[in-house]
Structure formats: C-alpha cells, structure tokens
Ligand binder design. Structure first.
Ligand SMILES: C[S@@+](CC[C@H](N)C(=O)[O-])C[C@H]1O[C@@H](n2cnc3c(N)ncnc32)[C@H](O)[C@@H]1O
Length: 272
C-alpha cells in the first residue's frame, strides 16, 4: 500500500502515516525478495502472486521481519508499550496465547501473568530471536514458541484464558480479518478475554462487539542514543528526521514521529 492508496481506499489515519513512513522501508526490498516467503506465507501475503514491496508497505514490513529481523527487533524494543496496558491485562492466569508475537515485546511481559504462554509467530527469524530472549531470561520452559497464523491457529478450542495480539492484527485477511478474529475467539475459553493491543482499525473491532480502553500520559520512543534515534528515524520515520535532529535527544515523543502511541486495547470478554 502506498500513501496515496491508503488515503483513497479508506484506510485509517495510522495506515496513512505508516504508508508515508514506509517510503524508506519500501526502498530496501524488491520483488525478488518475495522468494523468502514460505508457501503458507505467500498465500497470505501475496495471494495473487504479483506483489511488489516497492509499492506495498505491508509487504515491506513482512520482508523486514524475514530479511532484517534484528533491525526490526531494534525498532520494537524502543517503541515500548504504555505500562498500564500490560497492568490492565488479566493476571494469575493458567494459559495465555499470543498471536503474532514477533520478537517478544509483549511476550516477555506475559510470563508474569500466566503459568503457560504459547507465542504464535509465522516468521522464523523472529521466532529465533524470541526464543533467544526467552532463554536468556530463563523463561524458556514457560513459553512455547510455535509457528502459525491468525486464520489457522495451532491451538485447541477453548485453550487459553487470554488470547492476545499486539500490533499484529488487522482487518485484512492476510493479517487476521474475520477468519483470524474467529480463530482467536475459538482458542479462548468461555469467560476468557480476547485482546487486540494497539488496534489500528477500532471501528472494525467495535462493530464486532469489542470494547476499548486507552491509557493517558506522555509517551516517548526510547532510543538507545541520539545517534540511534536518527538512524532508525531515517528508515522508519523519514518524515520526522528533521525534527529528531533538531531535538537532539534520545527520547522522542511518539507524536513527533507521527504515530499514535501504543496505549490502547480493544477487547472482548467471551460469554461464560
Ligand atoms: C509489528 S509486528 C508486532 C510483533 C509483536 N507482537 C510486537 O508487538 O512487537 C507484527 C507481527 O505480526 C506477525 N504476523 C503477520 N501476519 C501474521 C498472520 N497472518 N498471523 C499471525 N501473525 C502474523 C508478524 O510476523 C509480526 O511478528
């Protein structure tokens, strides 16, 4: 999706901003890179077989996860969640399932809220980083990292007390959609909670019975250094590079970068 497509096709404000921000990201990859996808991935991400990451920021992100996973991890590590988002999630749970776990921005927090966590993640390079982090934190025995997709979760019915996705679910069929939401609800036990953290299409979710909570307060992207702020802004927030340079700080408000902060949750408590 390009910026113009996002603007004309009724995508959310965040999509438009991401499409603008994605200009530099799109330049990093070509159609030849799509060969990195497995068959299951290609079926979801390039269903007609003719995708081009130079024109699609969504595809460029998927290639980033597979071709430059450490770069993606650096970004996710500095875009931290509002602490109240994690505190708001139910705790003392038996089983938690997270879908689209990535390199574990949320997963590492879930360990404190449930006995057993299953982290579902399609991209092998991200699963590797997540496993490495879990082992380093000695959580390897509490979290099972598995391959899977929103629309085909490798989980039994009524499996978890909490089924959650963070910055991963969208209404598009390749990244969730109605089939993906139905799968998350299928894997959640009656009385359990399905939560979409940092939702990008709230109206779509509220039309499906989801409620919403958002936590206030200033939020910053916490780069490791001013140098890293400039380096990552050049790739991920190109429209904000000038302001990042002028600020001269390693902490940059989300607003300056032009993205809404990860401070909100759409959720549904399933009938008991
Ligand atoms: C922006 S990343 C977020 C990762 C992590 N949840 C976090 O907050 O850091 C989006 C994640 O969704 C995953 N993803 C993309 N399509 C998916 C699908 N169809 N089913 C499950 N996960 C998917 C990606 O591989 C990636 O890990």
């Amino acid at each position: 999706m390009t910026e113009a497509e996002a603007q004309t096709q009724g995508f959310s404000e965040r999509d438009v901003v991401h499409a603008a921000a994605g200009r530099e990201l799109r330049k990093r990859y070509t159609a030849a890179d799509l060969a990195v996808f497995t068959c299951d991935e290609a079926r979801r991400f390039v269903p007609r077989g003719d995708g081009d990451p130079q024109n699609s920021v969504v595809l460029a992100w998927e290639l980033l996860y597979r071709l430059e996973p450490e770069l993606y991890d650096r970004l996710a590590s500095v875009e931290r969640l509002h602490p109240d988002v994690v505190r708001w999630l139910p705790c003392d749970l038996d089983r938690i399932a997270e879908v689209g776990a990535g390199t574990g921005r949320l997963t590492m927090e879930l360990v404190a809220r449930g006995q057993h966590v299953v982290a579902v993640e399609p991209a092998l390079p991200l699963r590797r980083i997540l496993r490495r982090k879990l082992a380093a934190a000695e959580h390897g025995d509490r979290v099972r990292v598995v391959r899977g997709f929103f629309d085909q979760l490798p989980l039994p019915d009524d499996f978890a007390d909490l089924v959650v996705a963070c910055s991963a679910f969208t209404p598009s069929s390749g990244h969730g959609g109605d089939a993906g939401l139905a799968e998350m609800e299928r894997a959640c036990r009656p009385g359990g909670c399905v939560a979409i953290i940092w939702p990008n299409h709230l109206d779509w979710l509220t039309a499906r019975g989801y409620r919403y909570v958002s936590f206030p307060g200033p939020m910053f992207v916490e780069f490791g250094s001013y140098r890293e702020a400039v380096e990552l802004a050049e790739i991920f927030y190109p429209t904000a590079v000038g302001e990042v340079r002028r600020g001269g700080e390693r902490r940059v408000p989300f607003e300056v970068l032009g993205i809404n902060p990860p401070r909100d949750v759409a959720f549904k408590v399933l009938a008991g």
